[in-house]
Design a protein around this ligand. Structure first.
Ligand SMILES: Cc1cc2nc3c(=O)[nH]c(=O)nc-3n(C[C@H](O)[C@H](O)[C@H](O)COP(=O)(O)OP(=O)(O)OC[C@H]3O[C@@H](n4cnc5c(N)ncnc54)[C@H](O)[C@@H]3O)c2cc1C
Length: 391
């Protein structure tokens, strides 16, 4: 099992104690989510469309460029702040959480780490200001086995021509920039995988069908179609053939944020259940006065707290430059398991009304399911954890 590698020089702060800056940031996002997003959650879920106005406010608040340095118009914040933002948004609407999650923790993150100076200058100000980004790895034939991707990139003078189809791409309906993986040298296997920065307007690029989903319905999930899509060589992110490394490293970090989406969701469900337990009366008492209900709420709160500690620790390890891959897998695995369980229990606390659309918990239950699937299924997280255990 991973143990602390170094003895801290000063007493370590408790994981859930935030710095002043983190606390203010958290309070701002929490207020924004409750005041500006909450009134629109049901309508966005039913229409399966995310509000353009809320998206605009994400940019205005700096939520789409949290880690982008101030010189490019971003907030110059930390990865941990991204985690706080995704948690707060997801407590109200996990669709809002995943939009901010994809933008910051996989798209911006990869560009910050791998882009050259020219690419940073061209794209970071746009990503901080008004451009939504997508991360396009998965295909119909390659999900868990992501590096079996079939999209090809063929060199053609000063550009690559990309042909293939991507599936399940979050944010794609709104995105202006796509971080997309294609194989430029299939004979080299995964060592041919290359990352490209593709603008929506590039010739030969098209956003295809949007999925009609069980949960996170307001977050768009689309197919991408590339038909000899011309991408200038100046838009290769990192080196040709090193895309696999970019994909692995960004997903290792991104899955901490999925953990954060799930703890936010679970906390949201718990808060609704506690609120209801205090006002619903049966047998002449509020249902919160029955020990059977109290125990359920207490177990839910314990699970949310345990998951939060895993998520916060993985994020703090990442920001401090320590190894975090196993902890990230544990955080995502555990948070997504408990999110589904807590949302399910919350429905039970509501009784019959819990399964209706009049109350918010049925949506959170639907939204929880995806946590165990995207950015590596629960089984894939367990593979990562087991590898660390067994070598
Ligand atoms: C709403 C949504 C949004 C998404 N957003 C994005 C996105 O923005 N970008 C992107 O690139 N992708 C995205 N994805 C794709 C997502 O990452 C994949 O769906 C996921 O990785 C699983 O791949 P798959 O669907 O092909 O399932 P499969 O890989 O076919 O898995 C099916 C089942 O087999 C199990 N399995 C597979 N291999 C193993 C193994 N070795 N050991 C044990 N069990 C195994 C899995 O755990 C799972 O239960 C999204 C998907 C959804 C549904």
């Amino acid at each position: 099992m991973p143990v602390s590698a170094t003895v801290p020089e000063s007493p370590a702060a408790p994981l859930t104690v935030l710095t002043e800056e983190e606390r203010l940031f958290q309070a701002t996002v929490r207020r924004f989510a409750r005041e500006q997003i909450a009134p629109h959650v049901r309508e966005m879920d039913e229409a399966a469309v995310f509000s353009k106005d809320i998206l605009r406010q994400f940019f205005e608040l700096g939520l789409m460029g949290i880690e982008i340095p101030e010189e490019y118009g971003g907030q110059g914040g930390s990865f941990f702040q991204c985690i706080l933002a995704v948690e707060e948004l997801s407590a109200v609407d996990p669709s809002a959480g995943v939009i901010v999650d994809v933008q910051n923790t996989i798209a911006n993150n990869a560009i910050l780490k791998w882009a050259n100076a020219d690419q940073k200058k061209r794209y970071l100000p746009r990503l901080a200001r008004d451009t939504v980004a997508s991360y396009a790895l998965s295909e119909a034939g390659s999900g868990s086995d992501a590096f079996a991707l079939a999209t090809r990139a063929v060199e053609d003078g000063d550009r690559f021509l990309l042909t293939g189809r991507k599936l399940w791409i979050s944010n794609a309906a709104e995105a202006g920039l796509f971080l997309l993986f294609a194989n430029a040298n299939p004979s080299a296997g995964y060592r041919g995988i290359t990352a490209f920065l593709i603008e929506r307007e590039f010739p030969g690029f098209q956003v295809g069908k949007k999925e009609d989903k069980l949960g996170i319905r307001a977050s768009s999930t689309c197919e991408l179609i590339l038909d000899n899509c011309a991408v200038p060589k100046t838009n290769v992110l990192g080196e040709v053939g090193k895309g696999y490394k970019i994909a692995i490293e960004t997903l290792n970090e991104g899955r901490i944020a999925i953990g954060s989406q799930m703890i936010g969701l679970a906390r949201g469900a718990l808060d609704h259940a506690v609120g209801y337990a205090k006002q619903r009366k049966q047998f002449g008492k509020t249902i919160g006065e029955f020990q059977g209900v109290q125990f359920e709420l207490a177990k839910m709160a314990t699970e949310v707290e345990a998951a939060r500690l895993l998520v916060y620790n993985a994020a703090r390890l990442r920001d401090a430059g320590h190894p975090f891959v196993t902890e990230a897998a544990m955080a995502k695995y555990f948070s997504s398991e408990i999110a589904e369980k807590v949302a399910s229990k919350a429905i039970e606390v509501f009784g019959g009304v819990g399964v209706t659309r009049e109350y918010p918990v049925e949506k959170l239950y639907r939204d929880a399911k995806i946590g165990r699937i995207y950015e590596g299924t629960s089984n894939i997280q367990l593979v990562t954890i087991a590898k660390q255990l067994l070598g």
